[in-house]
Design a protein around this ligand. Structure first.
Ligand SMILES: [Zn+2]
Length: 347
């Protein structure tokens, strides 16, 4: 327990430093490599801090003016009636991936959890409490996990881990991204097998270029892993069980203010920080017997297949393995019974 508390404390300190960079008293350096987490380094001065806050102040002025011009009652309505967001969003802490900006979303739309590399871990009581509240109290309809190409956390998981002089902040990051390293080392996805092969024997593996196929594939697989973990979490499995039972007990109805439990669908998206485009990874999960709603984003799988086909015409290489539906159903059991294809979930 003490060790867990220490980890939480160290993580909190680090995330606090990231969230409030103008108050940093020292630089955050990544031992062994200069770019692994792409932390912006700058000298902290009173003038720089004042300039930064001025940017935020003017931004808040613009935000309030926009609302006053376009939806003047919104904030008061949300304050009076409370929030009822249709979406829970799990994304990366990266400053380039602000969910409200990416989706041009108004206040009250997205109930949000963000962390380095958009991970959902079952021992993360922060993320689990957000999911639980979103599902049980707010009645969200969709849980969206969105990763992004060029993710520093994923890139750091590809690069060599620091081997010496790891301070508390770096240690917290390295511990946090360990599950992504595990995906890299265990996945049979073609791009990741090729990435492992390419890096085998290198004394130091640098963080790859944003367009590296293995880097992009690991970003996608990391999103899929979070979708799988959320779908397997007791918060979701219990909710799906309630739906099958009709959600008729007093306790069940209390959780949703005397309304039947909502259908909930979990989706995996990926965001391109170079173009601003959001794509669907085709790994949506929903309650048994319920069709996945139409997803109005282009499919990454389709784009990846087309890209692979074009690449194959130039340089022959193994095709991406796509499992047949009966094989998938045999592997994933009840979750697949009434779902659309979960092909991309299983490699
Ligand atoms: Zn990221």
């Amino acid at each position: 327990m003490l060790a867990l508390q220490n980890i939480v404390l160290v993580s909190s300190l680090f995330l606090s430093a990231v969230a409030h960079p103008v108050h940093q008293l020292r630089e955050l350096t990544i031992v062994g490599r200069d770019q692994s987490a792409r932390v912006v380094r700058s000298e902290t001065t009173a003038a720089a801090a004042a300039a930064g806050l001025e940017v935020l102040s003017s931004g808040n002025d613009a935000f309030r003016k926009n609302l006053a011009d376009n939806d003047p009652q919104l904030l008061q309505k949300l304050a009076t009636d409370g929030q009822a967001p249709p979406f829970m969003f799990l994304g990366c802490s990266d400053s380039r991936v602000s969910e409200a900006s990416v989706f041009n979303a108004k206040p009250g739309t997205l109930f949000t959890q963000r962390n380095i590399a958009n991970q959902y871990q079952r021992n993360d009581i922060n993320a689990q409490s957000v999911l639980s509240y979103a599902v049980s109290e707010l009645g969200v309809n969709h849980v969206i996990v969105m990763g992004h190409y060029g993710c520093g956390g994923v890139g750091a998981a590809i690069a060599s881990a620091p081997t010496a002089n790891v301070d508390a902040a770096n240690g917290a990051v390295q511990n946090w991204i360990e599950p992504i390293r595990e995906i890299l080392h265990s996945s049979n996805r073609t791009e990741l097998v090729e990435l492992r092969t390419k890096n085998t024997g290198l004394a130091v593996v640098e963080e790859p270029d944003i367009k590296d196929p293995g880097f992009r594939a690991l970003v996608e697989e990391n999103v899929k892993a979070s979708v799988r973990r959320i779908a397997a979490d007791s918060v979701i499995t219990n909710h799906f069980a309630l739906l099958q039972q009709g959600g008729s007990t007093a306790a069940e109805r209390r959780a949703s203010e005397d309304k039947p439990p909502q259908d909930i669908f979990i989706h995996g998206f990926v965001y391109d920080i170079e173009t601003g485009i959001v794509q669907d990874l085709g790994v949506s999960v929903g309650p048994a017997g319920k069709a996945i709603p139409s997803i109005p984003f282009a499919s990454v799988a389709k784009a990846a297949v087309e890209s692979a086909a074009a690449h194959d015409s130039e340089t022959p290489k193994p095709a991406i393995t796509v499992l047949e539906l009966p094989v998938i159903q045999a592997r994933c059991g009840t979750l697949c019974k009434a779902k659309r294809s979960l092909v991309s979930l299983w490699y």
